[in-house]
Design a protein. Sequence first.
Length: 223
Amino acid sequence: MSTFNSNSANAIKLIVFDWDGTISDSVARIVHAMQMAARDHDITVPSYLEVKDIIGLGLTEATFRLFPQATREQVFQIQTSYSQHYRAEDNAPCAFFPGVEETLHDLKAQGYQLAVATGKSRAGLDRVLDSLDMQTFFHASRCADETLSKPHPLMLNELLAEFDLSADQAVMVGDTEFDMEMAVNAAMPRIAVSYGAHHVDRLRAFKPLACLDLFGEITSTLY
């Protein structure tokens, strides 16, 4: 397993996390909401694996990829239905993966800056952070509807500019090839987690510094 030298000039100062499938165990909820949206409009319902495959993209990009034959109007209708179904199920936030809460608090106590780069909408991320009473926990965040969707590097580049850091002073942590490719496009180191939406073999293709089976292993990877 590769580790960082905390005493080096380019020591990691910023850790950027994906949300769905990395921090939050929300894959099943996303899949169900998208399948319900397809049923609403009499469109062929995508399989569980098909929906898993697009998790991490912004909603518009994900919908076009899932339903390539749909018109723009149909895509808009599917997106609207998806959002309605997801919000209806989102009264209680999805559980964190094991070790997430403790590890995040530990990393913050050690002085790391923590950020989120997610395919969720701004309203969606704010809603879950509010429900978890974590509105001020992360130092910054970027959502797909306020910048460009993964795997474009704009999310990461904006975060680097906000913290006045170079790419080698940050690391992206994610569960999809979109997270890994975004980090590659930003020339940023990356850590993959194996328990999320995409199979770990897809993540290894982007040469992450580590592929973790448990979120808590991030701590030892950074030393």
